[in-house]
Design a protein around this ligand. Structure first.
Ligand SMILES: C[S@@+](CC[C@H](N)C(=O)[O-])C[C@H]1O[C@@H](n2cnc3c(N)ncnc32)[C@H](O)[C@@H]1O
Length: 371
């Protein structure tokens, strides 16, 4: 579906914006919805073309910890696991994902972005050891759904575990490479996004990233973001969260969307994407099927100000450190902060600082910002 020039959407975004300054509207609040639901059902209920960016990490097919969830969601998966048929289970799980990619395509605005964090799985099933390439299967599903693939990122999570190597130890040929990376797959709906009015163009300039962030963030290998210790909640939930650090969605949201946009995470787990959206002054919709994870992420949202402020101040502090170590101290000057910046595109960067959060008791959280 083509979203066209979505004026209604633009106007809805502007409803959250009031106050004027330096020629552009100031975003003062963002709204974050947490929904307890199956991803397919919730995404189906969203308005067409209403999502600017999806950042998500689904449960990983063929990783044992997710077998029971996938089996509960689809009989074909349960039967394939019972029959120890790895190929059939893999395909059945991905064919349900395919429906979601297709729905996401219609809910994404023109030029909108889909980022999927996924790892491959290695496993013995039916007497055969093999690798199940989740990332390759998701790429074909998303391309079939109508998305264009953009260059992907390898997220390297180095492990020091002594048992990280697979197979027959020092004996060839049945020793296998350890898997120490995941993928961040990036897709776009249609051609580059257009910013047709003055407000959208101003919000885009305000949402720019620093020169040195561009150099780090737009590398195809990320090895500077560490995995999360799975240490929250009850033991059962702890084994099932597979959370990514909020820094990961925070970076992706800042790379591929602008202030005031709407971010979706259909598999939101502990709510890392909503916190990252709040920190970035974007609205968000998060969907999670586990009741206890929805309560955990609601509590996290209510208490998210420190977490958000640390993400925001981390960016500013890193830039100050970078620019003070450069000989030229930056050729241009930031309008908002007064410090040096490398290029003229960074002059209007102004990161709103989250100040307070309130909840309506029905899964909606409103975050207020100070300039
Ligand atoms: C890899 S985890 C996501 C972790 C999340 N990124 C975070 O940082 O906490 C996948 C999540 O999807 C949830 N899930 C599994 N099947 C689902 C479905 N059909 N609809 C919605 N959520 C689902 C799981 O409960 C789990 O929390």
């Amino acid at each position: 579906m083509d979203c066209g020039n979505n004026d209604i959407l633009q106007r809805l975004v502007l409803l959250h914006f009031s106050g004027k300054g330096r020629g552009y509207a100031m975003p003062l609040t963002t709204v974050h919805r947490l929904m307890e639901s199956d991803a397919l059902v919730a995404v189906d209920g969203l308005e067409e073309c209403s999502v600017h960016i999806t950042v998500t990490s689904p449960p990983y097919p063929m990783i044992r910890m997710w077998d029971s969830i996938f089996s509960e969601q689809d009989d074909r998966v349960a039967r394939a696991f019972e029959a120890q048929d790895g190929e059939k289970a893999f395909e059945a799980i991905h064919s349900r994902f395919d429906q979601l990619w297709s729905l996401l395509h219609s809910k994404t605005s023109d030029g909108g972005i889909l980022c999927i964090n996924i790892g491959d799985a290695t496993r013995s099933i039916g007497g055969r050891f093999r690798s199940f390439s989740n990332h390759a299967r998701i790429i074909s599903g998303c391309v079939r759904a109508g998305f264009d693939m953009l260059p992907e990122i390898v997220w390297r999570k180095q492990s020091n575990r002594p048992n990280k190597f697979l197979g027959s130890g020092m004996l060839p040929p049945t020793a296998y490479p350890s898997q120490e990376h995941e993928f961040i797959l990036i897709f776009r709906k249609g051609g580059p996004r257009r910013f047709e009015n003055t407000d959208a163009r101003a919000r885009r300039r305000r949402s720019a990233f620093f020169w040195e962030e561009r150099n780090r963030w737009f590398s195809d290998l990320w090895d500077d973001i560490h995995g999360v210790r799975q240490n929250s909640g009850s033991l059962r939930e702890r084994n099932r969260t597979a959370a990514y650090p909020a820094e990961l969605p925070y970076r992706l949201i800042n790379m591929f969307s602008i202030i005031g946009d709407t971010v979706l995470d259909p598999f939101s787990g502990t709510g890392s994407t909503s916190v990252a959206a709040a920190a970035s002054c974007r609205n968000s919709i998060s969907v999670e099927s586990s009741e206890s994870l929805v309560s955990m992420s609601s509590a996290r949202m209510l208490d998210c100000i420190d977490e958000c402020v640390s993400l925001v101040s981390g960016r500013i502090a890193s830039h100050i450190k970078f620019i003070s170590s450069r000989d030229r101290r930056g050729k241009h000057r930031s309008q908002r902060y007064g410090f040096g910046v490398v290029s003229s595109q960074e002059r209007d960067i102004a990161i709103p600082v989250p100040l307070s959060v309130s909840a309506d008791g029905e899964g909606r959280f409103t975050v207020l910002y100070e300039e």
